[in-house]
Write a protein that binds this ligand. Sequence first.
Ligand SMILES: Cc1ncc(COP(=O)(O)O)c(C=O)c1O
Length: 403
Amino acid sequence: MPLLSPKSLSLQASPIRKLAPHARAAEARGTEVIYVNIGQPDMPTPPEMIAELHRLSLETLAYAPSEGLPVTREAWSMFFRSWDIEFAPDEILVTSGASEAITIILSIVAGGGGEVLVFEPCYTNYLSFAAQADVTMAPITLKVEDGYHFGSIDRLRASITPKSKAILLCNPSNPTGTVYTEEELEAVAQVALENDLFVICDEVYREFVFDGGKVRSFTEFSELAQRIIVVDSVSKRFNACGVRIGCMATHNREILDVALRFCQARLSVATAEQLMVVPMLENGRAYSESLCGEYEKRRDAVIHGLNAIEGVNAHLSEGSFYSMTRLPIDSCEEFAVFLLRDFEHEGQTVCLAPGEGFYVTPGLGVDEVRVAFMYDADTLMRAMKILNAAVGAYPGKLIATTA
Ligand SMILES: Cc1ncc(COP(=O)(O)O)c(C=O)c1O
């Protein structure tokens, strides 16, 4: 048999999905599994979007233009405007989710061996997107003790090398729930200017900020206008992950021109789905903001439940819908398997996302897990109780925590 390419073999299995066979086996044994491993919203997709799909009367489902349907680009522009973010329709390219946008952008700004600074723990698929684009992720490690904030500009400056091309920032953050402070955003902006870097802003969780906070979009830094590339998606804010519609937006014409060539190579994004998202993009801010209160209740339930576990001091997520937490356990991956294979509490168990896969640096995150808030607060409270019981019953190695 011919050998497979080293690049393809270097892609990691998603830490979010790789426990699925164990979860299926638990369900086959009759154990109910509460899935806190995946950020797949449980709430219904807005009826307006489903109704729009039913209203479509297309005789031929033709390719859409590679840059996106005009009506969808216009709708994204309106959506941004509702957030006081100005992108003209022709500064927006419609993509198959934020995932495709990030992969294209990484290829453009750093493909073929460049480096992109990223805060770790980070969205785990960034690693696979970077591998596909032949980009090296240069991690800046954030610690739970610091609430996953980096604080000082020196942390950024210390990570710059001659190969640095961009900073990739997810705000609010998946997996940590961090909302970066004004000072931190200014630090990122300053380092980008000092070192001639692009800033890739993944703002797919923009609406989900707790305790009355707000995300300051990078687009407010006018001096960075030519360096900023915003990535967005309907997936989370409209409970519509399966629609696979996202976008990239920038004022930089050169980036748009080159990105369009990538878009042309993949021909187009699904036509019907581009049409069905239009009403929500045009008028959806209130809808997605209304979800935020529910996520805040869920966050409170999760953090309360985690802190009831001896040795856990959970960081209060400021936004998105995740919490990253250190458990008093030496291998959270083994613990996650234990939960599914060997444990149940009153007929139920929990599927966790082990922390290691969210780090670029090998060996970090082994004692951390990510919890997603994808059930109502009562169910999440129950899930945390199951977790507590499982920590008590775990025959593997427990460790003392400092957090
Ligand atoms: C931070 C972040 N960026 C991008 C994505 C990908 O989003 P999409 O479904 O639009 O591809 C996700 C999905 O979970 C995410 O959490």
